[in-house]
Design a protein around this ligand. Sequence first.
Ligand code: NAD
Length: 533
Amino acid sequence: MKDSDIEDAVARVLSGYTGAAAPAPGASSPTAPSHKPSIEGCVWEATKPADPMDDIIGGILTRALSERNCSCCKTGDCKGATGCLSISDAEAVELGDGIFETMDAAINAAAEAQKKYLFCSMADRKRFVDGIRSIFTDPAILERISRLTVEQTGMGNVEHKIIKNRLAAENSPGIEDLVTEAQSGDDGLTLVELSPYGVIGAITPTTNPTETIICNGIGMLAAGNAAVFSPHPRARGVSLLAIKLINRKLAALGAPANLVVTVQAPSIENTNAMMAHPKVRMLVATGGPAIVRTVMSTGKKAIGAGAGNPPVVVDETADIPKAALDIVNGASFDHNMPCIAEKEAIVVTQVADFLISEMCRNGAYLVKDPAVIAKLEARVLTEKGGPKTDCVGKSAVWLLDQVGVKVGPEVRLVLMEATKDHPFVQEELMMPILPLVRVPDVDEAIDLAVDLEHGNRHTAIMHSTNVRKLTKMAKLIQTTIFVKNGPSYAGIGVGGEGYTTFTIAGPTGEGLTSARSFARRRKCVMVEALNVR
Ligand code: NAD
């Protein structure tokens, strides 16, 4: 290519810049003047440049401009490629980049952003969602948010949080989840489209803080909404960091500012203010029974993703060594904090001893001494019989140490036998202690599992090769997730088919939430035309 051709291409591309911040490399090229102008909120339209060379030159210029304009590292070390994502822990909780002083200000900004977002194309939505995915699939960012979560909440396991965060980023459905229906006939053509609610208020748990922000953020934005997050105060720093990273990235991609927002000091008062705000059209609560009840009683459209107490049933037809390994893996994943994790085992007596010995070969530690069990109960349970917060999400090694038992890091799960009315069986502990209840046969195991699931309609697991009994349990227990012959986490896409969600809405019936759960079905009717059959 001649110098004059390059100069021409540079001039053409530069004339497409309208004075707004340059998009990150990898984003669509800036709009050339001959193309459709940017509409309302969308600074960068995903239109094709007239000359392919514009694309190449545009990429180089974009990179240069965004490096030069880098507001955080100044040096360009962040490469601009991820939209300046080098944010210190202290900077993460400062105002700006989606962090507001009051809930009212945050919601007003989100409402403003959503109005502009209505005029962005589906291609733009996809770019923004892909941008969010790219932040949280970066290994350094994944490691950082996972480590910070464990440090700040005092719960869980960094390696497992990396898996969960990556899963949320890669496997939460995007715009492809929004499928339009069409009906045509003598009276014309009708479309049923999935439209945004507007501003959604999302309450996130301390057990999966960033996973839920990533997963909800992707789904809510894919469906055309703006999201106002109300994180658990215990996970404040890392939640605000995740929201700020999303804002920086979206800004670099030319999205309307403040599509994903929160407040500087999350609190129950701020959550209440969010729920009551007239501009919040939908509420999504991922947490325990109290917050799910609260959102359901607001009178607004609400999705409630509440507590579980997932039973795992093992019958005499199961592959016992595999079942033992799967149960230890599932029940120790992120120190048993996932709401889907095996919380109690119900085992047919005929295979119970074999299962226990296989579990112990795979990282379980069987506590048999009644005195140690009594100490464990006293240490981890409150007076009301629920889990003590300082024990939730701790490791098996730590829990055993608390009651004077020293074990090596190979121990991942505390196992004990119990009767069905023991609090460890009845309560959702969210720590790697698995009580095992013996039952005479599989039918009794299924009945007990239904009882212990407490009607949450959340998750259940069964190890069996008897398809009739697998079907019977699936029908009777009515859980959103039913895993057969695998660890519980296969139900959220780790080693099991299907998409990922960290908001499993049993109480309100959406089940496995995704972009379409955050959209309204709207009918568009063209009368007496466009039927071409
Ligand atoms: P939590 O109920 O204590 O807190 C969840 C969120 O709700 C937090 O942001 C908290 O600040 C807020 N909140 C709680 N009570 C409130 C009230 N009265 N008013 C206003 N805000 C309130 O739960 P957690 O300890 O963070 O998370 C663990 C629970 O969440 C477990 O029961 C677990 O099973 C459940 N969970 C469910 C899912 C699911 O998809 N179904 C996913 C993750 C966690």
